[in-house]
Ligand binder design. Sequence first.
Ligand code: NOJ
Ligand code: CA
Length: 557
Amino acid sequence: MSTGRTADLWWKNAIVYCLDVETFLDSNGDGIGDFNGLTERVDYLAGLGVTCLWLMPFFPSPNRDDGYDVTDFYGVDERLGSLGDFVVFMRAAKDRGLRVIVDMVVNHTSDRHPWFRSARSSRKSPYRDYYVWRDEPAEQPDAEPVFPDAENSIWSYDERAGQYYLHHFYAHQPDLNFVNPAVREEIAKIAGYWLELGVDGFRVDAVPFLIEMGGTGVTEMDLDPHAMLRDLKAFMTRRRGDALLLGEVNLPHKDLKTFFGGSRGDEIQLLFDFPLMQAMYLALARRDARPLRTSFKRMPDVTDEGQWARFVRNHDELTLDKLTDAQRQEVFDAFGPDGSMQLYGRGLRRRLPPMFDGDEARIRLAYSLLFTLPGTPTLFYGEEIGMGENLDIDGRVSVRTPMQWTDGRNAGFSTARPSRLRRPLVEGRFGPLAVNVAAAERDSDSLLNWMERAIRRRRETPEFGWGEWSLLDTDHNAVFAHRCEWEGRTVLAVHNLSDGPLEVEVDVGGGDGASVQDLLDADGSVQSLERGMLQLTLEGYGHRWLRLQGEDQRPTP
Ligand code: NOJ
Ligand code: CA
């Protein structure tokens, strides 16, 4: 503590908030959110209590994949403002003590990026080897395209180039050739540039694809893909000691450890826990904690600097690809039975409140898990007020509708004519008439105010971020209970995944004379343990956060 380590490793106890500038707030009435709008709402975000903003791609882009198709890594798309506006926003964020990370989308570029234009024009182009080419596509492709509705191969023929090029995502997103040292230097330069402008790190898009070597002719015998990631990390650390990499690595638990850098822990610090997220949905669908417990037990330990990023939802389809077909079907049946709610046969394109039919207790249960499962909670904008999706919008974008600020024109997002909005709003029960920031701020029982209180308590309880975790035994399959210990202090959380009230006995393991104090209820009630056992009464979908108090435990404010 005294060395300031907790502040250095700031991501271990952060609350991350992901947003897209173009759907947050439009300041000039053209229907598109912008940096000036975001700057106006920095106080809202600081008030919510989040500590780190993650900006989805805002770089110049033809927008065929919502900005994940970049034509210039050093700029701001002019629809969103200027680089000057970006710096003003950064200044405002820093002033409120907020950290900012930005999306780093360097597995691929847009096919309109000047590098690709040059590369395809001639085999002699200095940029030809920035991409991966082949005369013939492999008969047995090494991978399936990520978006099977749009592409049927990861190789597409380019007339001008006279060759096939590699693209794991859309055909308009040619993969960069990461094994080419010149490409790696470009990527380091991009990272260095944004660090110089004050960002605190990057959410790295599609990491496994980035370091994948299939089709390059180079094998892992010649070059260690993880060494390339380590180099990037080392470069960033030279430039700025506490810069963060938050990795999108959707792989099973057993494969994730290497992305932290194995026992050295010198690669990515923060990794999204996709497997546990999916197990959580299965558990919620079944109203049975066992799938979550199984996944929790499989979760590899993190190294000193490493941490899990928790999420209930991100901007993509809620992928359930790590579940078995039968398990996935159970989650579909519970939370998205209609074909229009599903995507690619592997995920859901809904937000949580409609999936739970607006059941407030169940919604809070899910977010309580988000805040207490060991790791760093990550919110997607609009979750704090309980926004829904708009299924009339195609594909993954159904959940990326404009932020709902008021019940007025365009949800207070923009003064433009509704037809000019970047994207339609949510309609109906989870739309702005019923769900908006202005109303939620005034209602002390709102989800927003609950979320604010939960975030405050979570920040004051760093044990959930830093601590050593363990599962606690209970006498109910519907109950998930765990504890986190750090620096001689212990907290626990107990969650009832079933819809009915129940009495549960939790084996806390504290000694005689210990008691627990409630961290969320109004009066901070204290309850004694009997021989280390805690008897609790939980409402349907009830949850409790508790601090173990003994002689050596410091009280909670
Ligand atoms: C993952 C991003 O989350 C997704 O939105 C994007 O389409 C792909 N990577 C391609 O960049
Ligand atoms: Ca605008």
